[in-house]
Design a protein around this ligand. Sequence first.
Ligand code: FAD
Ligand code: 2HG
Ligand code: ZN
Length: 460
Amino acid sequence: MARVTAGAAPDTEALSAFADIVGSAHVLTENETTAGYCIDWTGRFSGQSPAVVRPRTTQEVSELLRVCVEHGVHVVPQGGNTGLVGGSVPLHGEVVMSLRRMTTIDAVDPLSHQVTVEAGATLADLHTTAAQAGLAFGVDLAARDSCTIGGMVATNAGGIHVLRHGSMRQQIVGLETVLSDGRVLRHLAGLHKDNTGYDLDRLMCGSEGTLGVITRVRVQLVPALGHIATAMIGLDDVAEAVGLLAHLRQTVPSLLAAEAIMASAMDVVRHCQGLEPPVPASALWLLVEAASSTTDPVDELAEGLMSWRDDLDVAVATDGPGSERLWRFRETITESISQLGVPHKLDVTLPAATLAAFNAAVGDVIAERAPDARTVVFGHLGDGNLHVNVLGAVDDDDIDGAVLKLVADHGGSISAEHGIGTAKSAWLHLSRTTAELATFRALRAALDPAGILNPHVLAP
Ligand code: FAD
Ligand code: 2HG
Ligand code: ZN
């Protein structure tokens, strides 16, 4: 049962309390200054906000939330606003709390290889800090210059290295979160062994701004992988790609990434970027990368590929520029799709055993409902994660329902890495049981009893 009540607009007393806490320069109320915070990256989700507040410290976050509870004001926490499920923008007149001024990254601890980062620091800045310490951060994704570490924890972001390092959840060794009543949960010691009860840090991971505002994150860094080999393989059959990948997992321990560009996605890249793939394929291009901190992985990767089939069409790169050229085919897909229109995105996971069957069926399921729509598919094949993008669809809900039902019928999850947001909350029951959804609501009621944090997101 929905528990969402209408939020109040902040009155003059609340606005003046906000200004007392963060300074009037950081309470934005004019349309010209709030507009960028009110529309998502894709342009599909937009709303309006009576105020955008921009705290600089955890204490300010805490004081702001107290004022919001006191005045019944609903809040959308926001980081880089690169989220793709309509969870980061005020669709119902909420106040936006932007964490983008909280950008401090502490010194890397040389003994534990951990670092504490404020929520508004970007992924790119964390990568730079890790590299300066001779290390790396285990998660990477194309929105790296804008997405924030707090937003990535809130969505449990995945990206291109999940098969080697896991998603955000696996990188976290501590968290600082502010509850809606202003209390601060601080757990930043970074102890790997700490069996002292509930894992509140990982509970916050994937909570999409509904349980608290994340203000600091302690992450584990990984060894820098200086030696890389990248290969693009042209294939005529998605089922073969899934089989090849299982083979590479077994034979190439240095495997770091395995991405799929289906023909529909390569067409978009060809058209929008003017790029021509270096090898032919009719069904998909598989982009794989092997990486090691100590040895050159090119022989291991080549042997892995050859032992699958010695007549594969493969282009290989062993240096940075060559690898970047191959990655451009994958990394420019999302922006290319946006050049063609406002996309409707479905980010799903399938078990390896049913992925090819799902892929074969999904185009028809969409075409039956929207004959003029263009379906573009690509994704993190190594994680069974497909990104189904639909351009030019008239009835989004009908298509969402049909595609997500198809996912459930194939034993998959309706969200692999982008989260539920507002875009998918109506279909959450396809992946979660009634008992689980009741537990979600009980957790929300316990941690945010006033119901002010992102009330329309996840499981309202
Ligand atoms: P926002 O968009 O600002 O917010 C996302 C959600 O988190 C919202 O619900 C918001 O309320 C909440 N939130 C934000 N900050 C906080 C906080 N401090 N405390 C509590 N809640 C908070 N995602 C992937 O997983 N893998 C990819 O490969 C990937 N590639 C992308 C490529 C492009 C080009 C783009 C545009 C997006 C991509 N994304 C990807 C999606 C997006 O980048 C991630 O979801 C990212 O984690 C969002 O971070 P953000 O700081 O922009 O969060
Ligand atoms: C990616 O993997 C992102 O590139 C974005 O998760 C996916 O645009 C999309 O659908
Ligand atoms: Zn992705």
